[in-house]
Design a protein around this ligand. Structure first.
Ligand SMILES: [Mn+2]
Length: 195
């Protein structure tokens, strides 16, 4: 079973750590590596509260399939400002990555090739269609990167030759420093599937 290296870095727009509407979590359970990333609408205290509720619920239910967790989150977060979110489960033995996303969390696999993992339209807690779990294959050495819309989505990789260098912590820090916007919370989760 291949080990993983995980990091989450978030940078609140207001500069106050208790006012970040971007958040995420990570667990390893029974040979599966579970990862989630959220960006609650807007920023400030109400967004931070919704993001915290999303993480709290997700941590309690992370043995379930991604689409089931999203459906549960949608119920729990009704009445909140709502959030976009991405949930993935990596089978550490096979490299199968089951995922489900709603809204504009950018999810990409970098490695031998670059693959974007598409999310459905909608806002969790406000309006979603029945979520689906999809599957991608992750190979040893691949890097899964999840970013909120506080990080530039479109960029030319060749202009950032060191973006994917170092540990997951280094990579997340590079995304925030090199591609972070200054008008929103920004955040990046990195999961490296080690050889
Ligand atoms: Mn945002």
């Amino acid at each position: 079973m291949n080990p993983v290296d995980y990091a989450l870095i978030k940078k609140p727009y207001s500069g106050r750590d208790d006012e970040c509407g971007d958040d995420g979590c990570f667990r390893i359970i029974d040979g599966n590596c579970f990862i989630a990333h959220f960006d609650a609408l807007g920023h400030g205290a109400a967004a931070a509260e919704a993001a915290a509720a999303a993480v709290n619920f997700t941590e309690k239910t992370c043995g379930k399939e991604p689409d089931e967790i999203i459906s549960g989150l949608h119920e729990v977060l009704t009445g909140s400002v709502g959030t976009v979110g991405f949930i993935g489960i990596l089978d550490l033995e096979s490299g199968d990555f089951r995922y489900s996303g709603i809204g504009n969390i950018t999810a990409r696999i970098y490695g031998y090739r670059r693959q974007s993992l598409r999310s459905a339209d909608g806002i969790i807690g406000y309006s979603i269609r029945p979520p689906k779990t999809q599957t991608a294959v992750v190979y040893p050495g691949d890097i899964i990167v999840l970013t909120s819309d506080g990080i530039t989505e479109h960029f030319v990789m060749e202009e950032y030759p060191d973006l994917l260098s170092g540990s997951s912590e280094d990579i997340a820090a590079s995304f925030i420093t090199l591609l972070g916007k200054d008008n929103d919370d920004s955040s990046c989760s990195v999961l490296r599937y080690l050889k």
